[in-house]
Ligand binder design. Structure first.
Ligand SMILES: *[C@@H]1O[C@H](CO)[C@@H](O)[C@H](O)[C@H]1NC(C)=O
Ligand SMILES: *[C@@H]1O[C@H](CO)[C@@H](O)[C@H](O)[C@H]1NC(C)=O
Ligand SMILES: *[C@@H]1O[C@H](CO)[C@@H](O)[C@H](O)[C@H]1NC(C)=O
Ligand SMILES: *[C@@H]1O[C@H](CO)[C@@H](O)[C@H](O)[C@H]1NC(C)=O
Ligand SMILES: *[C@@H]1O[C@H](CO)[C@@H](O)[C@H](O)[C@H]1NC(C)=O
Ligand SMILES: *[C@@H]1O[C@H](CO)[C@@H](O)[C@H](O)[C@H]1NC(C)=O
Ligand SMILES: *[C@@H]1O[C@H](CO)[C@@H](O)[C@H](O)[C@H]1NC(C)=O
Ligand SMILES: *[C@@H]1O[C@H](CO)[C@@H](O)[C@H](O)[C@H]1NC(C)=O
Ligand SMILES: *[C@@H]1O[C@H](CO)[C@@H](O)[C@H](O)[C@H]1NC(C)=O
Ligand SMILES: *[C@@H]1O[C@H](CO)[C@@H](O)[C@H](O)[C@H]1NC(C)=O
Ligand SMILES: *[C@@H]1O[C@H](CO)[C@@H](O)[C@H](O)[C@H]1NC(C)=O
Ligand SMILES: *[C@@H]1O[C@H](CO)[C@@H](O)[C@H](O)[C@H]1NC(C)=O
Length: 627
């Protein structure tokens, strides 16, 4: 973990961090850069709204924002959106949203929800989406948060919110993502790249966050993002009491994350853990937490281990789908293994790291700051990323017709719907959240900054996971089995490659059904604190596709009971039992017809069927429901 030794790190140090280098090299033209394509709403109210949009383009400053400075001189500006009917409207359950101002050009958007059960004794869970550059409000609205947004932009409660059993904190990070900003500017977004355009480049459509133009403070690696997030979390903790937020007396802390969170989760958790140890032993001031669990859903943790499973999954998944023909399959496999191919270039990235002063440390995974801040190292790793993503992973996007995030769906996947993006672009909601910005769910400038450093390829994240497990933390990996982009074959390979004290016992544990309310949602391998769950019939965002199954994995993990059925307390030698392979198969799913009317009808019915999952009776009475 690079930068970990800078124990006296401050926001100022962050701001002085190495700027993203403007590197050459190919860009990922073929990859779906924006995870969540927006559909054009042609309904009468939307057209009417569009007519009026001129005078409403630029969000006004929010009214009645409360501001205070915490004991550590962090400014917090906030409102209580639940009181305005935005999202969590359960009586007596408080929520707070606004900004943590760490420095004059670091303004991080947060949204905190009290637990619906017992906020003072329930733990604190930080949720982070991936990208890099994807906003955590994706998870809030589409996955595990207290509400979902319907097609007519109404907020409805999610009965399977993870706030049923935990306090939840969502952060838009790194700075520049979602409503977080360094600076704000009137402008528009490049329809091709998603990057910000100023008023001399294109007509303005709104007010957006921009990264600092003088190249300072740009966060372009996971390790820098970890440092920033720790300061933000500390800023939040320093203000929580004044805010009135109940955090739980035990200050028990969980980090749950997804997708590129396979990088964020292990690195952030390990960095946070070390910082926390320094607070506990009084070598550093700060607000201490009790570190408990780490969860990763459909994560990209180590490209070297996961890359071979792209062609494997495209051809040999449990739905009997062959996403492309043998010619393309053989190309992807060859591109992975050939001289100068994906694996070879990852090795070169690592070998280059070893060549710098201090080079690679520990087991040959951890890159030093000297290596990662060197432009030639960044070029090699960035090139490796492009090789792997374009050729091993990306042929599926070019030659397959199926969804990146759900192999059962077409390339233009209507699930999960992005109504929340439009909701967050209404003046009423902006005011209720205390923001004066237009909303985008993915910041492509941040994505490209990370791409240029080659962060995707760095291989220290599995080592972080090993250290976390050896520190006695509970780790749950869970993967929806229809996702291609971070598929469960690769996730399973990660779970077996993690080299920690109990690797052998973990590998010997059998797959046991994951059962909740009488329904089997997947199969799980668990030994002691570590579990890997394959979730059936689920795309990338598991809590959207399987809200009950996902809540079961989360709630059982944080409550220290076995993931399979929640009946056995976790002990050091708790072992799941069953076959060594997760062999369940699903029936083949054909693609819908491509003419627009049929496709629209199919999309509506698919969305309706997922929406209906949220209306199911509570799991205890749902035994007859067949997933
Ligand atoms: C920006 O927000 C305003 C509301 O304050 C809205 O009228 C406008 O349509 C939004 N712009 C975009 C591009 O979504
Ligand atoms: C809105 O807030 C910004 C600071 O965020 C301030 O500079 C600006 O003057 C405000 N505009 C109005 C119209 O109050
Ligand atoms: C608190 O922060 C403000 C603005 O960042 C700065 O001007 C001020 O000097 C700080 N005060 C202390 C006591 O550090
Ligand atoms: C919007 O959708 C919600 C939930 O589906 C429904 O209860 C409500 O009546 C709808 N409102 C309008 C104006 O259509
Ligand atoms: C802005 O819009 C006007 C028409 O409303 C058009 O003539 C002009 O070219 C646009 N400017 C830019 C920079 O796109
Ligand atoms: C405090 O904890 C840190 C992090 O674990 C460790 O590096 C340091 O040596 C400890 N210091 C003391 C005085 O125990
Ligand atoms: C597909 O996987 C099955 C077991 O899951 C294995 O027996 C078979 O050899 C695999 N086929 C290919 C083409 O990899
Ligand atoms: C396989 O698919 C590729 C891409 O569509 C195509 O160019 C090629 O001709 C196909 N090969 C065979 C043997 O069908
Ligand atoms: C696992 O780690 C141990 C101790 O560092 C090492 O001796 C062993 O070779 C590693 N095993 C693998 C498969 O990497
Ligand atoms: C979470 O787990 C606890 C302990 O097993 C249980 O009492 C509680 O009902 C569960 N909550 C939900 C929402 O499933
Ligand atoms: C776990 O360890 C305890 C005590 O060390 C022992 O009694 C128990 O049988 C073990 N369970 C398994 C499944 O090995
Ligand atoms: C069973 O799983 C192991 C990994 O645990 C894998 O190496 C092996 O190929 C699998 N066997 C089959 C038949 O799928």
């Amino acid at each position: 973990m690079l930068f970990k030794t800078f124990s006296t790190a401050t926001a100022a140090l962050l701001l002085a961090a190495e700027p993203a280098s403007a590197l050459g090299g190919s860009r990922n033209a073929v990859l779906p850069k924006r995870q969540y394509a927006r559909t054009v709403d042609t309904s009468a109210p939307a057209v009417e709204a569009a007519r009026n949009v001129k005078r409403q383009y630029f969000p006004a400053n929010a009214t009645d924002v409360k501001t205070f400075t915490t004991p550590t001189n962090v400014t917090i500006r906030y409102k209580e959106p639940g009181a305005a009917g935005v999202c969590e409207t359960t009586p007596g359950v408080n929520s707070y949203a606004g900004y943590i101002d760490l420095a004059p050009n670091v303004h991080t958007f947060f949204w905190f929800f009290e637990s619906r059960s017992n906020p003072s004794s329930d733990p604190l869970t930080l949720w982070l989406n991936g990208g890099p550059g994807s906003d955590s409000l994706i998870g809030l609205f589409q996955e595990l948060g207290p509400c979902r947004i319907t097609e007519n932009l109404t907020s409805v409660l999610n009965p399977y919110s993870w706030s049923n059993s935990s306090n939840l904190l969502f952060l838009s990070q790194p700075v520049g993502v979602g409503f977080s900003y360094q600076e704000e500017a009137i402008g528009s977004l490049n329809p091709e790249t998603g990057g910000f355009l100023n008023t001399s480049q294109a007509n303005a459509t709104g007010r957006y966050p921009i990264l600092d133009p003088v190249d300072i403070g740009t966060i372009d690696t996971t390790d820098l993002a970890a440092m920033a997030a720790w300061h933000i979390l500390q800023g939040f903790l320093s203000g929580a009491e004044t805010l009135g937020a109940e955090l739980g007396d035990s200050k028990t802390f969980n980090l749950w994350t997804e997708s590129y969170g396979g990088h964020y989760g292990p690195a952030f958790y390990n960095y946070f853990y070390d910082q926390n140890q320094k607070i506990l032993n009084s070598t550093m001031p700060g607000y201490a937490l009790h570190f408990d669990t780490l969860g990763i859903g459909n994560g990209i943790i180590d490209e070297s281990i996961q890359a071979p499973y792209y062609p494997d999954f495209a051809m040999n998944n449990t739905y009997g789908i062959k996403a492309y023909n043998d010619t393309v399959y053989n190309y992807a496999v060859f591109a992975n293994n050939m001289i100068g191919g994906c694996q070879n270039q990852i090795e070169e990235c690592r070998a280059a790291a070893a060549g710098f002063n201090g080079g690679l440390i520990n087991n040959g995974y951890t890159y030093t700051a000297a290596a990662t801040s060197n432009p030639s190292f960044q070029t090699l790793c960035s090139e490796a990323q492009d090789m792997c993503r374009d050729n091993v992973e990306g042929v599926y996007y070019s030659y397959g017709e199926r969804g990146a995030y759900d192999i059962r769906h077409p390339y233009d996947d209507p699930t999960p719907p992005s109504y929340f993006v439009d909701y967050l672009n209404t003046a009423y909601v902006q005011n209720a959240l205390g923001v004066n910005l237009n909303y985008t769910d993915a910041n492509d400038d941040v994505y490209f900054a990370f791409q240029a450093t080659g962060d995707f390829i760095y291989s220290n994240f599995i080592e972080d996971l090993e250290m976390i497990l050896d520190r006695g933390i509970r780790v749950s990996l869970y993967y929806g089995d229809a996702d291609y982009i971070c598929n469960w074959f690769g996730g399973q390979a990660i779970s077996l490659a993690v080299n920690y004290t109990h690797s052998a016992e973990f590998a010997a544990a059998g797959y046991q059904p994951l059962v909740y309310g009488g329904v089997e949602y997947g199969e799980v391998r668990q030994y002691g604190n570590f579990s890997f769950t394959r979730v059936y019939e689920s795309g990338h965002e598991v809590p959207y596709y399987q809200p009950q199954g996902a809540l079961a994995v989360f709630n059982r993990t944080i409550n220290h009971v076995n993931v399979a059925d929640g009946t056995v307390p976790v002990t050091a030698n708790l072992t799941s039992t069953g076959p060594l392979n997760a062999t369940h198969t699903e029936s083949y799913v054909s693609l819908p017809p491509t003419n627009s009317a049929s496709l629209a009808a199919w999309s509506s019915s698919v969305i309706a069927s997922y929406s209906s999952l949220d209306n199911l009776p509570p799991p205890t009475t749902a035994a007859s429901y067949q997933a």
